[in-house]
Unconditional design. Structure first.
Length: 309
């Protein structure tokens, strides 16, 4: 009996040690990037370069290293069809300028690829278990989705979003309003920003940052990444602009971004464990969150007399 009790005590003693092995980080951030057929190779390169430049920006670096723990963890994958997701960089700890540079160098060296359809729901479904296998304990979990079209493949995006919110994953969106038909002739979506706001994003302090074109993408991703890392939430007052002296960052009220960053970080609160993230969604979209699927079916039926698989 003493032997059995001793074995049980040894087993229990090991449990806290295993938990302590997980290094604490301020943020676990998954970057999910659209590579569907509506994006041509030049636009795909603009997207990739936008992320590279954003992580190399001194203001973003300061935000990453200036949190409570002074480090975040990041993963980067590209997505298109419901079951097409390409993991370029798995969970990577960013805890120094050298680590951040190494991350951007790996991203810069990765090949550019393009696929076919647009499955935001597939991207969310793929991302959810990534957080469970992360070797880090994060104060916040954020999924950052960028793309230039609404969901038209896989399950309904709001259903998969619900699964992510139940796991306390905040979803932010970066819709790209490219203003032109895709190579197949599918028309541009003028309401994509509203679709992302109502159908894709969710969770406390979730937000949408709109890129008005692929050329505007670098500005948009800088601003969005800053808001996510510093946990600023929706901040329409911040204008991530380049001034004549080359400094990035002054908001429209004239407050230096670094000051805003310091204030937000000093007052930051981690989301409570009992927060119900499913409450933090926008009201029902007036066009319906299956608008992408319906537009796709109508387009292919009208043009070719068939509906997509």
């Amino acid at each position: 009996m003493r032997w059995l009790l001793g074995l049980l005590a040894a087993f229990v003693a090991v449990l806290p040690v295993a938990a302590q092995d997980k290094k604490e980080v301020d943020l676990a951030l998954v970057l999910a990037i659209d590579i569907s057929g509506s994006i041509d190779p030049d636009e795909a390169r603009l997207q990739r370069q936008g992320y590279i430049d954003a992580f190399r920006d001194p203001v973003i670096v300061k935000a990453i290293l200036g949190g409570n723990h002074g480090r975040i963890v990041v993963a980067y994958f590209e997505w298109s069809d419901a079951w097409v997701q390409k993991l370029l960089i798995d969970w990577t700890l960013l805890d120094s300028e050298a680590a951040i540079k190494a991350f951007t160098d790996r991203l810069d060296a990765a090949p550019i690829s393009i696929a076919r359809r647009t499955s935001i729901s597939g991207a969310i479904r793929y991302a959810i278990p990534m957080y469970g296998r992360s070797p880090y304990e994060a104060d916040r979990k954020v999924l950052d989705i960028s793309g230039d079209g609404s969901n038209n493949d896989g399950g309904l995006v709001t259903e998969v979003r619900q699964d992510a919110l139940k796991d306390r994953i905040v979803i932010n969106g970066l819709p790209i309003m490219n203003g032109r038909p895709n190579p197949f002739g599918f028309p541009a979506e003028d309401d994509l920003d509203k679709y992302y706001l109502h159908c894709v994003t969710g969770g406390p302090r979730s937000f949408v940052e709109v890129a008005r074109s692929f050329e505007d993408f670098p500005r948009a991703i800088r601003k969005k990444l800053l808001q996510e890392v510093a946990d600023l939430g929706p901040r329409p007052d911040i204008d991530f602009a380049v001034h004549r002296n080359g400094d990035l960052a002054i908001d429209r009220q004239g407050i230096h971004l670094a000051q805003s960053l310091q204030l937000s970080q000093s007052g930051r609160r981690p989301a409570r464990n009992d927060d119900d993230y499913t409450r933090f969604v926008q009201p029902e979209y007036e066009l319906g969150c299956d608008i992408g699927e319906r537009r796709s079916r109508d387009f292919w039926q009208r043009r070719f007399g068939v509906t997509p698989d």
